[in-house]
Design a binder for this molecule. Sequence first.
Ligand code: FAD
Length: 427
Amino acid sequence: MPLQNCLWWATAPQLKSYGNKPLPAKADVVVIGGGFTGTSAALQLAKGGANVLLLEAKTIGFEASSRNGGQALSCLHHTLIETIHQHGRDLAREMFQAAVRAADVVEHIVSEEGIDCDFVRCGSIEAASRPGHFERLQREQETLREVAGFDVQLLNKSEVQNELGTDFYHGLMVNPRSGSVQPAKFVQGMAMAAERAGADIHEGTRVRSIERVKGFMDGTRFLVQTERGAVAAKEVLLATNAWSGQLIPQFRLRVFPAESYVIATEPLGIDQASKLIPKNRVVYDTRRVLAYYRLSPDRRMVWGGELTLRGAQPKTNIRALQKGMVNIFPELAGKKAEYYWGGTLALTLDENTHAGQIDGIWYSMAYVGHGVTLATYLGQQLANGILGKPIDNPFADLSMPLAPPYQDNAWFVNIGKLWYRFLDLLG
Ligand SMILES: Cc1cc2nc3c(=O)[nH]c(=O)nc-3n(C[C@H](O)[C@H](O)[C@H](O)COP(=O)(O)OP(=O)(O)OC[C@H]3O[C@@H](n4cnc5c(N)ncnc54)[C@H](O)[C@@H]3O)c2cc1C
């Protein structure tokens, strides 16, 4: 099996190509990176009347945005309790409510632009892997209601079978506002919508540097140097997520790449699929090294996370994913993994999303497994800021802790996963 055999690529229509066009010499706004953040921003900017140029090093959505689990989550990576602990009650509420709005915005864009990406408001399940974790979910439910006015449903161990065909978990929390998408179709659809609205999209155009310039009468503030020439821009929006540190030195030691891997089984029968996840929700568990999973539209079990490591042989990671899956659903033993792929997400040591402006350059990144919704939302919100409209961004100006130094390979991610797995074993 090749290393990148991604189910979403195989089941998306022929990709539109945005190559081989001459690069313009100037634009009002240059958006760098063509994932959810960049395509959503370009769409909003073009609709707002800006002359916008989107530059993508590879092809639209080629990185995390087409390879993820497709869970369109209506919440943050941290629990609201943890978020309050880190940022105080008011800011935590704003962050959480932004994540809820983010899922609404995904639905709105899909419907307004007529994007065929299998979007369903199926709800998400957070599954308690240990008895103590269910108590945590109970406290979180109370906090969500009290602080954010948000209702989730709790199911105790005896009720788990209503939602998942397994005896493994100690209870569940159901968030009814989350959804699922076919991510490759969604990011392609946003790019096509942006182009329809007037955005000029160029693939195969890697940006090498962003230079600040002064003295231009037409408002030019930046020269964006690319492999295909320079572009003058009034505004620049950095949407390069895990690679942001290559263009902004301040991010280099703070935002780092981390890999996550996924398998998709052969298609399951209708009866089996509806026994395992009867309401077709997306699922993740409460461990630090967690599993995230769902059924694909063609009823494959799509299973990601677990103790998969960068640099490991594909068969080692596939085995770790299959072992985790069979532990929860023993009847999937023997089901072939027909697809296996990996992708790179951006992390910071505080595991928070960061968005705002640095030296006049807009940026948004590090969604910690919640980028389907948050990247789409914050791309749109930063675009509003550029257009001079009101902006909702509670993730601005958060301090970013320093990470250990690294070159291409953030070597400490594998070590961190092994440490977290050890802590998971303790409880
Ligand atoms: C395996 C996996 C599973 C995941 N599962 C989920 C999930 O279920 N739900 C969820 O919400 N999130 C999930 N995520 C995270 C989610 O995919 C990301 O948060 C989201 O895609 C980030 O979007 P983005 O546009 O910011 O970044 P990306 O999609 O990574 O896009 C950045 C783009 O910038 C381009 N680029 C980089 N450098 C340059 C340069 N110098 N010049 C020009 N272009 C450049 C890259 O080629 C890339 O296309 C998962 C991620 C992975 C890897």
